[in-house]
Design a protein around this ligand. Structure first.
Ligand code: G
Ligand code: G
Ligand code: MN
Length: 511
């Protein structure tokens, strides 16, 4: 797969990671908000119910207080005790009326004094509490009557609905709280209903009074959750998506940094993914292996073998070609160092060099290390400079090539004939070899004109006292032609393809 397409694929992988990273805090944040809301709404409702129950208890405590105070008057003549009843109405909070009964007959009221009215004892839950829609005095206002009994007599204390509705109003939110007494329920909008909320209802909650026979209930609705979510998680709801976006972008940027071509090449270099392939170079005379060209391959963990055309230009751009070549030289050196004697005498090792190698002198050290490793059976180190890119001669290159020369390194012009090297160029770099480009070798036998070009290059090389290597020799006819024209060395698929070092070693047959 081309390096470019690899980068595009990595772009989508990054995008996926970025999205995932963005989604994660979002999902997490929203989950936390929802969980907080669920428990928050329930807790809040329970607290409101508890509070409401407490306030109803307090109100009924007042009724009980008034009832107890007049308990002694029950059974006495109304005119005699009437004032006592009125005192309670005037002094005890929440109390609206205090009445006395005998059996199911009211015979004395704080408002009118002696009367005759009927009550139904069945209306009183546990004989103590009755929630009423209204009474003759205030037909439209609900009220609660507290009953306290002494033998056949009892005291009835009326508590105005106004107090009850106040409490309900204060404690209700989106879902109203209901005061339930027996079979009836009072809601904040003065509604008295027989349709009770039951424990089966969604979001049902209740709080039962331990003192009086009533309970307060509510059923939480979705509106409660939404309202609570907005009240308490406003900031989070805005912040989470924002944070997610930021986090996602950050991850996208982070993974992008790691996947930039330069980073990818650096990673590959650190993992020794650039490996040498060796292609035999044979003598023109009798075609025995007299050397090799070292060609770089990228053994990518997922993409497989990548050809140098696809990453060498990138490596040169990123300034990584020097360490990459150094790694290649080191691998070849270490592979052969222990077995130098399997190599024919004066074996060539050709390495391809880029223009960026000529910017400093570090190449000299690498070459020295390489040559030194073969002291026991000296080899010829050849550096191939491609004619496709022009190296400008300056002080640094002068010194570099002088030092390389002193070391005994040979210089070859690669792809000769495709570029623009002048004679001056050949002299400036003290060239030893010319590698005839494979495009010319390919023309051999096709027409007379190209044969002349090959002959001319051979002629030029002879006059300049340069040795020749013909590249890209693919068939017998080309091989024979080059041999006839006394080309010193040949290289091409006809003799051997670039191969891993171990294969090369096993095929190497020392003469
Ligand atoms: O082996 P192959 O035909 O795929 O090589 C393609 C090109 O890559 C050739 O032009 C060759 O010179 C170049 N090349 C191979 N290995 C190296 C290397 O180690 N360094 C440099 N600079 N170029 C290389
Ligand atoms: O630019 P340079 O000369 O370094 O390129 C050498 C490249 O040419 C090698 O990478 C190798 O893969 C390729 N090569 C070597 N022999 C042959 C051959 O006989 N035919 C063709 N088509 N390519 C060859
Ligand atoms: Mn080459």
């Amino acid at each position: 797969m081309p390096f470019r397409r690899l980068i595009v694929r990595q772009y989508y992988v990054r995008l996926a990671w970025g999205l995932l990273a963005g989604l994660l805090p979002m999902v997490l944040g929203i989950s936390i908000s929802i969980w907080q809301t669920m428990s928050g709404v329930t807790q809040d409702a329970q607290q409101r119910l508890l509070h409401a129950q407490y306030m109803f208890d307090r109100t009924l405590d007042n009724a009980e207080l008034a009832a107890s105070a007049v308990m002694g008057s029950a059974g006495k003549p109304c005119l005699e005790v009437m004032q006592g009843l009125r005192d309670q109405v005037a002094t005890v909070p929440d109390v609206r009326s205090v009445n006395l009964t005998e059996g199911e007959t009211i015979y004395c009221t704080s408002l009118y004094g002696p009367v005759k009215g009927e009550i139904d004892l069945d209306d009183y839950v546990e004989g103590r509490l009755d929630l009423m829609r209204g009474n003759p005095v205030t037909p439209k206002r609900p009220l609660i009557v507290y009953r306290q009994e002494a033998g056949k007599h009892s005291v009835l204390v009326g508590v105005d609905g106004y107090y009850l509705l106040n409490i309900l109003d204060m404690m209700s939110r989106n879902s109203p709280i209901g005061l339930v007494v027996g079979p009836q329920m009072l809601l904040r909008d003065s509604q008295l209903t027989d349709q009770l909320l039951t424990p089966g209802t969604d979001g049902y909650l209740e709080q039962v009074s331990s003192k009086y026979p009533f309970k307060v209930v509510t059923a939480l609705s979705n509106r409660d959750y939404v309202a609570h979510l907005w009240d308490y998680s406003k900031v989070s709801l805005i912040l989470y998506p924002l944070l997610s976006l930021l986090f996602g972008c950050w991850v996208f940027w982070l993974t992008g940094r790691a996947a930039s071509p330069a980073q990818e090449l650096k990673r590959a270099l650190a993992h020794q993914e650039f490996i040498p392939y060796l292609q035999p170079v044979v003598t023109g005379e009798d075609a025995h292996w007299s050397g090799c060209e070292v060609l770089m391959r990228w053994q990518h963990p997922r993409q497989g073998m990548i050809s140098p055309d696809r990453f060498i230009p990138m490596a040169e751009e990123c300034g990584l070609i020097v360490p990459m070549t150094r790694s290649l030289m080191k691998q070849v050196r270490e592979q052969f160092a222990g077995r130098v004697h399997i190599l024919p005498k004066g074996f060539h090792f050709g390495f391809n060099i880029s223009a960026s190698h000529c910017k400093d002198l570090s190449l000299v050290e690498d070459c020295r290390d390489f040559i030194d490793a073969f002291k026991a059976n000296p080899i010829k180190l050849v550096l191939e400079l491609t004619e496709r890119e022009l190296i400008v001669a300056d002080e640094t290159t002068d010194r570099l090539f002088a030092e390389l020369h002193a070391l005994g390194v040979f210089i070859a012009i690669d792809d000769f004939g495709t570029g623009h090297s002048s004679l001056a160029y050949l002299q400036a770099f003290q060239v030893d070899f010319l590698k005839i480009d494979q495009s010319f070798v390919g023309m051999i036998g096709s027409d007379a004109l190209s044969s002349h070009i090959v002959e001319n290059v051979v002629d030029l090389a002879t006059r300049l006292e340069l040795q020749l290597v013909a590249e890209g020799v693919e068939n017998e006819q080309q091989a024979a032609y080059l041999q006839a024209h006394k080309v010193t060395f040949q290289q091409g698929y006809f003799y051997g393809r670039p191969m891993p070092m171990t294969d090369f070693i096993s095929q190497l047959t020392p003469r």
